[in-house]
Structure formats: C-alpha cells, structure tokens
Design a protein around this ligand. Structure first.
Ligand code: SF4
Length: 666
C-alpha cells in the first residue's frame, strides 16, 4: 500500500522501544508502559539486533508471512525465556518499533522484516540499519527513520514522506513512494514510472563500481557511489529456507503460470536443512520442513532452474561453496537469498544476499535496481604466521573496522601482495565474512592463482574467457572508507567472544579478543565446518593439527566432542582421496556429510543447554543460532587445537610434542 504524503502517528497505535532493560520491554508488551523518545537516551536501546533474534531459524519454517509473524522476535531470550511470547508483538497494537545501532545484522532473511510488517509495524526507527535488512524493509514498504524523526512524530508533528526517502537514490525513493518492490515493479511494467538514468562522466572506478557499470542498462558506462542503476543479473540461487517464499510470492503476484527469465542462470540448493531430521529439537518442525522441501522441488520443476538437490539425503554442498566452485565467474553480478552470497567475491565477482521479495522480482524480470555503494579497500602486505589464518584476519577487521561501522554498507575490496600469499580458500574466508562486517559485500582482486583454481575446479573451462572478465581497481579510484594497509605478519590468533546478551552485550562477531589474553576457557564442543570453514584448506588446517596430536598419542580431549563437516562433496572427495579421514577417525572426531548443519542450529554440533561452551570455525556467534550455549568464534587451526586441549587454545606448530607441559597444566 502506498504510504501517505505526510506520515503521522495514528491515534490508538503505539510505539515499542526495544530497550536494553528487558523489563521495560515486558511492560510495554503487557500494555503497562508507553515510552517517549525524549525521555530516553540512544544508549538505552538495544544495538545489533540480529535477524536470527527477530525470526530464529525455526520461525522461518513457516513460509507465509502471516504465520511466521505470530512468532516475531522469538529469538530474544532473557534468562532462558522468550521476551516476546507468541502473538506478543501483534497483540501490542504497535505501529513503530525503535532500537539502537545496526538493526538487522546477520542473516539476510526477509522474514525478519515480514514479521514486523505483518504485526502492523509501518515505521522502524534505528540509529543505523544493516544494509540487507534495510533493503528488505524498503522492499516490504516498511518506512525507516531515525530517533529525531520519532521525537517529532511523538510530539504530534506530521513528517513529509520526503524525509523518509531522503538520502536514498532516486530509484529507491520511487520504491518507497510506491509502498514496496512489487507495487513498484507493477507500476514500472504498466509504464507509470520512468526510471532515472545516471550520467556520471568518465572517472576511475573501484572493482565493485566497474562490475556494476558493466551490467548497467540504459547506456551507463561509469558509476559513482549513490548512483541508482538498473543492472542485469548473471545468476543466483535459493535454498530450502527461502525457495518456498519465492515460489509463493511469484504465484501470488503473477499467478500460477508465472515464469522466470533465465532459468539456466539460477539454482536451488538443498543444504541448510539437510540434517534437520537428525536433530531432536527439530522434530516438531519436520512437517513444516517437508513443506519447504516440497515447495522447493515444485519451484525447480516449475521454472527448470539448476538443481542442486540432495541425492540419497546427501547434499552436494553448502550453496556458497558450490557456487564459487561451479557457478560464479569473474566479473559476475550475483544475487542469492542468503547473506553469505558475498563469498562469491573471491572469484572477483560482485555478489550479495537479497531478501525473497527482491529475488522473486529479479528472477521474474532478469534485472534489479541497485544503489552504488561506497568502497573501502584493504591492501594486504606481509605473510601470515604459521598459526594464523584468514579467519583471524577477519576477526581483526571485524574488531578494528566493522565495530566502529567503517565497513557498514560499503564494498570491501582486498588487494595487495599479501593477498597473493593466500590460497583461494583463504581468500574465500575474507569474502565470506564481509556480511559479518555489515558490508555490502567484498571483492577480491584476481591473479594467476584465481584462474588456476577455477581451471582445476571446472575442467575444460575457457580460462582466457574468464580472465577477460576480471576487473582491477583503476589508479585513482575513490575509497570513501579509506585505503587500509594490513600487515598479515602482525595478525595474532583471535576469537570473537559470546558477550553477555542478557545484560546488553550482544553475542557478536565483532567481539574480538586475542586468545593469549582470554584466560582459561574450557569447551564442550569444537565445531569445524560451515561455508566459512568447510573448504579444502580448512580441512588441511584441521588435519595438520589432528595429525600432530594423533602422532603424539593424543585423542580429542575428555568431555569434548569434535565435529568436522565438509563444505561440499568436492571437499569430501579431496579429504578421502588424500587420507585425511583416517587421521580424524584416529583422533576421535566425528566427520559429517556436507551441509550447513550446526551453523544454522539444524545439525550435529549444536549446544543443548546454556552452560555448554563451543569453539567454532563458523562465521557468526549470535545468541541461540547454534543452540543455547556460549559460542566463541575462532580459526580452523585454533578450533582443532582446542579440541585436543579441552580449552580455547591457539595452535602452535609442534605444540603436541610438548605433551608433558599440557599434562602438567591440567
Ligand atoms: S554454513 Fe552457516 S553461514 Fe554458511 S550458508 Fe550455511 S547456515 Fe549460512
């Protein structure tokens, strides 16, 4: 529905403040308290509300927005209990919801926005929004404003709609004015809207700008940050969590005989829920999961898109890992319904996650609308120490650049001689975790290693054709986020700690700390896998540590379960062919088939109670995402070392040869 030209609070409707003090939220939900922004400080409000908290994975098993909205904010847990009981948000009669910084970090799930919208929320107020979440809000017609606007609204002022569109590019302004992406797309189809075309003159461009300019319609040759462009999409994919909604939305908007433009460029994956049947706490949801699986199958049959379904219940792999292996080409512009789509940036592509509405719209039309983001560049120099990996580099960047929001909504570009010392799998970790930085995405500069890797992964591929598509930054390209030199030799083994979410310190990947400064942290679970850390080189890291431990006569520490999960079938084949599995077996580790699993709370390796401590090689530690316990993020080397020592430990080459020291420490 189109928003009115002047926005006012409606009589009888309420404003919900998501405060750090949970009791204030409870009182508002019970209807006992109504707050005013003028009586609060920004620091009283919750920061970093992640989309897992807004709609945890199990809520997303409902694909209809009206159903999933009943469990809005089910993931906000305090002292082991839901802060929002079922229907609490919808019954509260709220139309505005208020929080602090970085609303909507984490997963790209549009269900987080849908949960609010279908509960009657029409305005979200925050100091800043994570980019994918902001896009989902716009596409669903949810207005966004800051705390100053709220103060004026609560004072009875009417705010012109233009204040809600201010700062957005011209096309996004049109989408907001139409009330969301589908109404906008229909108005466009009917010729009711004329799209503006930027006329940016010749200028040096970053890698991201070059890819967008190369895909732009309307004769655009150069772009700059803030330009709004209509761009062709080279490819994309969905998985079991998202395909059903895409299918449902397309049927609703365009009827049962809808078609998509280039089915051979798009794919479906069976990876996220592959292990759901084996997890006890998932059993109540199996009927809903079966519906998601069936609707994904129906979508694939209906559209004839590429099919990466499981065979005999074995997934081909995690979508992002398989996509970089066989789908994403250098220079591509890729859109998929998952926040770690950015991992495709390792192949020198521009790739990011979008919500289901945006995806449905772009597969239907073949193009999408993009506002060109600013860029931030990281020039890597030096070489990593033997006990440090790309994961430590990202934990360092998260702490140093993402926490103060320097990467927010920017395209992170990685270049420099240090980059060339990293393998493609390690570079993939850099690209993968751009979304944890709340960045738009990441692009990795290509070199010979890029093309050799692609040739090895795709026998028979035309490497020269791929090389011709690659982009490099122009000399003089502008980086609004700055150019930062990172000396890899200075990086030390790091973790991200689980915070104290019950007391306002969120579990967040930006909670960086040096392992040698955290003291003794005993663990119950070590998890080695996910799209970030289920690659071939990650397996070589796990094996390096496990082999040293096994050779020293060690097994996984008493009381610790060590799970190792492949990112794809190609990774599994490598591990089998090279004898890695024998070492893992001798170490007492549990090796799992490819898939997402514990990372999304749907597989072996999830914690079962709040007292359990996990050290994990995955990319995000949001509360509750991988079970109720405390989750520390660490590198593949540190996770494997910790599995054998029983506490969070940085790996040191040869450390297990000094068993006497370890034993005396125990
Ligand atoms: S492994 Fe985890 S982060 Fe990666 S795609 Fe799967 S659920 Fe998402």
């Amino acid at each position: 529905m189109k928003p009115p030209s002047e926005i006012r609070l409606r009589p009888g409707k309420r404003v919900l403040f998501l405060t750090k003090n949970p009791e204030l939220i409870r009182k508002q939900l019970r209807g006992e308290l109504d707050l005013l922004m003028k009586d609060l400080r920004l620091e009283d409000l919750l920061d970093d509300i992640n989309t897992d908290a807004m709609t945890p994975a199990w809520v997303c098993f409902d694909h209809k927005p009206e159903d999933l909205a009943r469990n809005a904010y089910a993931g906000l847990i305090v002292d082991g209990k839901r802060l929002f009981e079922q229907d609490a948000l919808i019954n509260g009669n709220f139309e505005v919801i208020v929080s602090g910084y970085r609303k909507g970090v984490g997963s790209s799930r549009e269900t987080a926005t849908q949960a609010e919208v279908w509960c009657g929320i029409r305005i979200a107020i925050a100091a800043s929004f994570a980019p994918i979440h902001a896009g989902n809000n716009i596409n669903q017609g949810l207005l966004m404003g800051d705390h100053h606007i709220l103060r004026r609204l609560q004072a009875g002022e009417g705010i012109p709609l233009e204040e809600f569109t201010k700062g957005h590019d011209p096309i996004t302004q049109l989408i907001i004015k139409e009330g969301g992406l589908f109404p906008f797309a229909k108005a466009l189809e009917k010729g009711e809207i004329e799209l503006p075309t930027p006329n940016t003159p010749k200028r040096p461009m970053t890698m991201g700008e070059k890819i967008l300019a190369g895909h732009a319609r309307g004769g655009v040759k150069y772009v700059r940050p803030g330009d709004a462009v209509v761009v062709d999409v080279d490819g994309g994919y969905t998985h079991e969590f998202t395909t059903a909604q895409v299918h449902y939305f397309l049927e609703q908007e365009y009827g049962p005989h809808y078609a998509i433009k280039n089915p051979q460029k798009f794919a479906v994956f069976e990876d996220h829920l592959i292990y759901a049947d084996d997890v006890a706490r998932m059993h109540p949801f199996i009927p809903k999961i079966e519906v998601l699986r069936k609707l994904q199958h129906d979508f694939q049959q209906h559209t004839s898109c590429r099919d990466f379904s499981a065979t005999d219940n074995i997934s081909p792999g995690i979508c992002h890992e398989v996509a970089r292996e066989v789908i994403v080409d250098p220079g591509d512009f890729i859109q998929a319904t998952d926040s770690h789509t950015c991992m495709g940036g390792v192949n020198n592509a521009l790739a990011w996650g979008v919500g289901t509405t945006e995806y449905a719209n772009l597969v239907h039309s073949g193009f999408t609308m993009v506002e060109v983001s600013e860029s931030i560049r990281f020039e890597l120099v030096g070489r990593l120490r033997a006990n440090v990996t790309a994961k430590d580099v990202m934990l360092y960047i998260l702490l140093t650049y993402a926490k103060p929001q320097r990467t927010l909504d920017r395209i992170m570009e990685f270049t420099g001689p240090g980059l060339r010392t990293l393998s493609m799998d390690e570079r993939a970790t850099l690209a993968n975790m751009a979304t944890e930085c709340s960045a738009r995405t990441a692009v990795i500069e290509a070199d010979d290693e890029t093309f050799q890797w692609l040739a090895a992964m795709r026998p028979g591929v035309d490497v020269d054709a791929l090389r011709a598509r690659a982009v490099s930054p122009d000399p003089g390209a502008e980086y609004a986020g700055g150019v930062h030199i990172i000396d890899l030799s200075e990086i030390r083994p790091m973790v991200a700690h689980p915070g104290d979410p019950d007391h306002g310190i969120p579990s967040d990947p930006t909670n960086g700390a040096y392992i040698d400064e955290i003291g003794d942290v005993k663990i119950d679970i070590a998890y080695a896998g996910s799209c970030t850390a289920g690659k071939i080189d990650d397996f070589l890291f796990y094996h390096q540590v496990a082999k040293e431990a096994v050779d020293a006569g060690l097994r996984v520490a008493n009381g610790v379960t060590f799970y190792i999960q492949f990112g794809s079938q190609a990774v599994e084949k490598f591990a089998r062919d090279n004898g890695l599995l024998d070492t893992f077996e001798r170490a007492g580790a549990i090796v799992l088939n490819p898939g997402c699993g514990a990372c999304i709370g749907c597989g072996p390796g999830v914690s079962e109670n709040p007292n359990q401590v996990t050290v994990s090689a995955i990319n995000r530690n949001y509360k509750g995402r991988s079970g109720p316990g405390k989750l520390w993020l660490a590198s593949p080397l540190s996770v494997a070392a910790s599995a054998f020592t029983g506490q969070i430990t940085a790996y040191t080459p040869g450390m297990f040869a000094r068993r006497d020291e370890l034993v005396s420490k125990e």
